[in-house]
Design a protein around this ligand. Structure first.
Ligand code: MRU
Length: 342
């Protein structure tokens, strides 16, 4: 499986996700500013992967001996929706505070170690999500997914695609429908590429075909990732997720969300409070540099939407499966992480 992000002695090495699947090009970020730019410009994307990149960005900033608060603020200003970004910065900030008074070298070494630990943990969490989720996937059916919640969106293995991988590894005969995911095409470019590498049978459909196939009886379940989950179970994920969830419920197809506890934001009462990133109009007006709309046309480009909890059959995390009422089940699962890190 391809390495999404790695810490090396030369800097943080990322596969450039903007150029997949046409080319496998790696980018080396030598400063925290370069990591921030890579997150902003989608060289690396996907909530858990953004979190790992932010942790490594903070470690680079400490190694550069840059002002710590400037480093954190620069990284925090990259993308607003995925809470894993802020979770990772907070984790690094807490560690930095606990190292007050130590030598510069010792602090830098510990911060680098911690960033590498965030990456290692993320892979283990994804595998645990996969184990819990695999049991929910019906054998002999098609799984529909939206966007890319795979190895590329995490440090490895994936959340939604982790569930699919684990189901296949457990011997289930399934195939995958990947929504194309306009406008950035994470499904058509990244999910399809990743699953093809693993020889998991995959079919790309355009986003507006999802309802047609959900009605056909062929789809056994939908599994998607998340960028932020509010305490009532509302889920922010890639734009278009909400429509798929409503169509799934209408057709009696289970709709699962797979995400680590670091994607929970229990400080928010509901999804209405989740900040939604607005991305440049050019992502919609142009395809690979070619204009596909009239000039000067008005464009809206929210990168995420919020799916209300009532459309979500279950939320799968590394500690198990949460179901309604989410205000209780999410708290119980999150407490398991809090206990483990004491
Ligand atoms: O804009 P992106 O590509 O960062 O959006 C990614 C998604 O919406 C994913 O579904 C989500 O981050 C979960 S990734 C495991």
């Amino acid at each position: 499986m391809v390495e999404t992000i790695e810490w090396t002695t030369h800097g943080v090495v990322l596969i450039d996700q903007r150029r997949l699947p046409r080319e496998q090009v790696f980018v080396t970020c030598r400063t925290y500013q370069e990591v921030a730019e890579a997150i902003k410009t989608m060289v690396i994307r996907g909530a858990p992967a953004i979190g790992v990149a932010a942790a490594m960005g903070v470690a680079l900033g400490v190694q550069q001996d840059a002002d710590f608060e400037t480093v954190c603020a620069t990284l925090a200003a990259t993308r607003p929706t995925a809470v894993n970004l802020f979770w990772a910065i907070d984790r690094m900030r807490r560690l930095r505070a606990s190292l007050e008074g130590r030598s510069r070298q010792e602090i830098a070494n510990r911060m680098i170690q911690e960033a590498q630990q965030v990456r290692q943990e993320d892979i283990a969490l994804c595998m645990a999500i996969g184990r819990h989720g695999a049991a929910l996937v019906p054998d002999g059916k098609t799984v529909l997914t939206h966007c890319n919640a795979g190895a590329l969106a995490t440090a490895g293995y994936g959340t939604a695609l982790g569930v699919i991988r684990a189901a296949v590894e457990s011997g289930k005969k399934i195939d995958v429908f990947a929504d194309e995911t306009r406008p950035f095409l994470q499904g058509a470019r990244l999910t399809a590429w990743e699953l093809q590498q693993d020889n998991i049978p995959t079919t790309i459909i355009t986003d507006n075909m999802a309802g047609h196939f959900l009605r056909s009886g062929r789809i056994g379940c939908v599994v998607v990732g998340a960028d932020r989950i509010a305490s009532n179970g509302d889920v922010a994920n890639k734009i278009g997720t909400y429509s798929v969830a409503v169509l799934a419920k209408e057709n009696g197809v289970p709709f699962y969300v797979a995400a680590p506890v670091s994607t929970f934001d229990l400080s928010l009462a509901s999804g209405d409070q989740i900040p939604i990133e607005q991305r440049p109009a050019s992502e919609i007006t142009h395809l690979f540099g070619i204009a596909v709309t009239p000039e000067n046309i008005s464009v809206e480009n929210p990168a995420f939407d919020v799916t209300p909890a009532r459309y979500i059959t279950a939320i799968i995390c590394e500690h198990g499966i949460a179901r309604e009422p989410y205000s209780e089940s999410l708290k119980l699962l999150a407490a398991k992480t809090a206990r483990a890190s004491v």
